[in-house]
Ligand binder design. Structure first.
Ligand code: APR
Length: 218
């Protein structure tokens, strides 16, 4: 893939400084901090995700390239995994970085640095609120996983950890959410090599493990 490539924002720096930078590798100007000009160094090898694993863990403790946050569309600090990620990353730094992104639509995802987290990046994905299933919830949740992996490709993350997006405060049924997560991730063309599906309880872990043992058709 020749796609956008990050200009290595300075974790801990002013998020406003990510934009309007010159590519250090080829000298091209980039208005949003990413290569979009076919610079050969942007080429990555794409295939399916080589490894998808389920783990029971606190996602804030994982030393992966990027952790995904179950965010809201304002990208304002909330509870659940979002609150935990903000506290572990540093509320002030992460709040400022999120504010500079100007919100995020449901089904979409945007990245910030990980600040004090072991992970270098946080990909903020906005899952749907469950309204009974007839309001495009499944498609929007699948879109969260797809967009998060696209953003991971843009920032060069090769290992990505996902929480069970939408299954907490947003009320998405856990079984269906797990099927969508696994099914979507197994079908993507990406340079991401390793995905961790992070369960916060045994029931969610068991769900992921069953699905990963019996993958659906590709
Ligand atoms: N590590 C891993 N998983 C966690 C952690 C953690 N530290 N904390 C919570 N979880 C799990 C929950 O058990 C749940 O399965 O993350 C899943 C998602 O739950 P929520 O955090 O409630 O996320 P969601 O349902 O997508 O709701 C998003 O909640 O806090 C707000 O700002 C957030 O408005 C947004 C909404």
């Amino acid at each position: 893939m020749v796609g956008p490539r990050p200009l290595t924002p300075d974790a801990g720096g002013d998020p406003a400084c990510w934009a309007n930078r010159v590519c250090p590798e080829c000298g091209a100007f980039s208005a949003d901090g990413y290569h979009r000009h076919g610079c050969p160094v942007a080429a990555g090898s794409e295939g399916m995700v080589a490894s998808i694993e389920a783990v029971k863990a606190d996602i804030t403790e994982l030393a992966v390239d990027a952790v995904v946050n179950a965010a809201n569309s304002a990208l304002a600090m909330g509870g659940g995994v979002d609150g935990a990620i903000h506290r572990a990353a540093g509320v002030r730094d992460l709040t400022a970085a999120c504010a500079a992104l100007g919100g995020c639509a449901t089904g979409d995802a945007k990245a910030t640095p990980g600040f004090a987290l072991p992970a270098r990046w946080i990909i903020h994905a906005v899952g749907p609120v469950w309204h009974g299933g007839d309001h495009g919830e499944a498609e929007l949740l699948a879109s969260c996983y797809r967009r998060s992996v696209e953003v991971a490709d843009e920032i060069g993350a090769r290992s990505v950890a996902f929480p069970a997006i939408s299954t907490g405060v947003y009320g998405f049924p856990g079984d269906l959410a797990a099927e969508i997560a696994v099914g979507t991730l197994q079908d993507l063309e990406t340079s991401v090599e390793r995905v961790l599906l992070v369960a916060f309880d045994d029931h969610t872990l068991d769900r992921y493990q069953r699905l990963l043992r019996h993958p659906g058709p590709r």
